[in-house]
Every structure is written in C-alpha cells, then in structure tokens.
Design a protein around this ligand. Structure first.
Ligand SMILES: Cc1ncc(COP(=O)(O)O)c(C=O)c1O
Length: 400
C-alpha cells in the first residue's frame, strides 16, 4: 500500500512544478513540437525561437550572456561536464583539484574518478560543528593548498543538507590569483538566493530546474566565454548541439519551463525568503523549547541570512536511534535524513561527518527543506510530531 500523503518539508530533494510553469510548457509538447535544430521549416524556427528567448531570460537572471549557457539534463550532468570537461584539458603539471568533502555526490564522484586517473584531489577543510559558520570552507587552508599548481577548485554555493552558503567570491579570487579555475554547484542556491555569475567570479556554474519549481530532467551549465574564455571538452558527441559542447536534441518544453520557473522564483524571492526564514526559525524554536539540549542544530547559525539558506533546518536528536526516528517522523511528515536526493543508497550523511559530528548524532539527524506550500500551521504540526516521536523513542530506550 502506498504511504499516505503528509506535509512536504523536503524541498531540497525536489519541488512541485508551479502550475504557471506547466502552462508555459504545454504548447511545446504537441503544438510547437519542432526540433530547434531543424533549420529549414517553421516548426524548427518556432522551437528555436522559444529556446533562444528562454536562454536569454535565464542568462539575464544570472548575469551571464546567452551563449554562456549549455543546456543539460540537470545538475548531475552539468557538474560532470564541468569537472571532467575541464580536467580533460588540464596540462600534466596541473593535475590537482581542490574541493571540500561536503560537496554533492555529483561533484565528489567525478573527482574520485579523476583521482583514479592520476589527478591529486586535496580535501579543503570546513569549519567544525558548533561554530557559528559550521560547514563554511576554511580560506586559509585553501590558500595553503593552492601553493601546489592547481587546475580547479570546486565549491558549491549552498549545501543541500545544512544549507550553508559558501564564500564563493573569495574562493574564486584566491583560486584565480593562483591560476586555478572555479566550478560552483549552485543547484540549491538558484531561485532561493540571488545568484550572479559575474559577482561570484566563477568560471563554471551548474543549476537544475526541479529545485525551483520547474520540471525535472533539465538544467544548465554556465561556462565563462570572456575575460578570458574557458574551454572544456564535451562528454557527449553527436549532432554538435550547444556549440558542440553537449550534443543531443534540446528539451524544448523543459527549457521553456526552466526559464519561466526562474522568472517566477526571482519575482517572489524577497518575500518568500523572509517568510521561509521565519517559518524555519519558528520550527527550530518549537523544537528547542520542547526538547532543550536533546536537540542539536547542525550547520551554521540561523540568524545570519548570508550564512544559511532561508528554508533549511538540519538537526540531530540525542539518545534516539536514527532509523526509528525517520520511520516515526515519516508517518507525519515528508522529510529526509542525510540527503535523499543525492543517493539511491542512503548512507549516514557525509556532510555531517565532514563537520566532525559524532556518528550517533549523524544517524539521528533530520533535514527539513521548507518551501512555498508550507504554512505556519504545518510547521506547528511538524514540530509537535517530531517532539512526540523523539520523546517516545527516548522513553522506550531508557525503559529497556
Ligand atoms: C547540491 C546539488 N547538486 C546537484 C544535484 C543533482 O541535481 P539533478 O537532480 O538535477 O541531477 C542536487 C540534487 O539532487 C543537489 O542538491
């Protein structure tokens, strides 16, 4: 039997497609269904025009030029394209890449693959659990690691588990001073906080529509084309689409939907991020009030908006068993422990481990991702459900 639907507090995993986005996409399935690469008839033209308009709109929203966006199937592909595509152009003496261990698996796995191919990967330290800026990269350590000739530094803009926002601009300035390029996974940031590729000074940046109320299966990679242009090798060869960097017929409805979704998300961003931060803070206060020191905040402090995504809360519960916690809470709420979107085989969170959190607390952690549909009433219900489950599990474990 399928589980019953409960309030959805897992917006880091994915978001529902906004109905206004569905509407914008609909004509491109069966009326304007042409292939934008068909240059000799009107069906192709109108599809190509829709793609060009969406590309221009997305580029403008991110401070990029239209020719700097490469459409992909999502952020996993965009991260792979950036990392592997840049690595394939790296001279032998620079086969060194720097990244924190808190990156998403779609960054970590290509890096581990490159390590097997002879690249040296240096793991950049992050601030430890309990510090106000827990999870932020250590810039002094970065400077030390950059003493070795380096091809690339990978730093995500916002983390999918603890919501920490990285000082990407400072990372990029340091990296460039040492001749290294910078790739930024901005999947959790785009549509949630302002993102401007020029201000961040990054060379490549990935994002994905399904994190900002757009469709699944569409994303893009920003690739800097000036001052100076950055070059990468494609991963897919075929019809030479996307200036030869990503062959394959373009997903026209997806591209149109992604542009519409970002437009709407940015229009609503100032009010929505204030609202989500308030709801998130309310959730934390209710948990803390009821559970005291039995609940531990993971990641950076909540009262500095520049350090943490507004809708993110991650916390651990002392003295409860992780699986029982998730099973209990899942009857009332859709949340995740660790990072459900990142792996088909859930493992205790590599992010919380990298912060130095002890294993029992890593296992007994919950990640809340608040989004558009959440109300204050749901937050109160969520806090009540979590408190009830934690109390029940703690009393069961002290009785046995
Ligand atoms: C930070 C981050 N990077 C990359 C991805 C992968 O994105 P996609 O689902 O578009 O492949 C996700 C989510 O799954 C994510 O949260």
């Amino acid at each position: 039997m399928a589980p019953t639907k409960v309030p959805y507090l897992d917006h880091h995993a994915t978001t529902p497609v906004d109905l206004r986005v569905v509407e914008a996409m609909l004509p491109y399935f069966s009326q304007q269904f042409g292939n934008p690469a068909s240059v000799n008839h009107a069906y192709g033209y109108e599809a190509a025009e829709a793609v060009a308009a969406a590309r221009a709109q997305l580029a403008q929203a991110l401070g990029a030029e239209p020719r700097e966006l490469i459409f992909t199937s999502g952020a996993t592909e965009a991260n792979n394209l950036a990392i592997l595509g840049l690595a394939r152009r790296t001279p032998a003496q620079r086969r060194h890449i720097i990244a924190p261990r808190t990156e998403h698996p779609s960054v970590l796995d290509p890096l581990r693959y490159l390590q097997r191919q002879g690249f040296q990967i240096s793991w950049l330290r992050v601030q430890e659990h309990g510090k106000p800026d827990a999870g932020r990269v250590d810039l002094d350590h970065l400077e030390q690691l950059l003493q070795k000739p380096t091809a690339l530094v990978c730093v995500m803009l916002a983390n999918n588990e603890i919501g920490v926002i990285q000082p990407v601009e400072q990372v990029a300035q340091l990296a460039h001073r040492h001749g290294a390029l910078v790739h930024c996974d901005a999947t959790q940031a785009v549509g949630r906080i302002p993102v401007d590729v020029r201000r961040l000074e990054v060379d490549t940046l990935s994002f994905s529509a399904h994190k900002f109320y757009g469709p699944k299966g569409i994303g893009a990679l920003f690739l800097r084309r000036r001052d100076p242009p950055v070059r990468l090798e494609p991963l897919l060869y075929g019809g030479g689409h996307e200036r030869g960097l990503r062959s394959g017929t373009l997903n026209v409805p997806g591209i149109v939907g992604m542009a519409e979704a970002l437009k709407l998300a940015l229009q609503e961003l100032p009010q929505e991020s204030r609202r989500l931060a308030e709801l998130r803070n309310r959730l934390w206060s209710l948990l803390e009030e009821a559970l005291g020191d039995q609940v531990v905040l993971n990641g950076p402090v909540l009262d500095r908006p520049q350090l943490r995504l507004p809708g993110n809360l991650n916390c651990s519960f002392v003295g409860v068993e992780g699986d029982a916690l998730l099973v209990g809470v899942s009857q009332h709420l859709a949340v995740s422990s660790g990072s459900a979107c990142s792996t088909a085989e859930p493992e205790p969170s590599h992010v919380l481990r990298a912060l130095g959190l002890e294993d029992a607390l890593v296992r007994a952690s919950l990640r809340f991702g608040l989004g558009r549909s959440n109300t204050a009433e749901q937050i109160d219900q969520a806090a009540q459900a979590v408190v009830q489950v934690v109390r029940r599990l703690r009393s069961a474990s002290t009785c046995s």
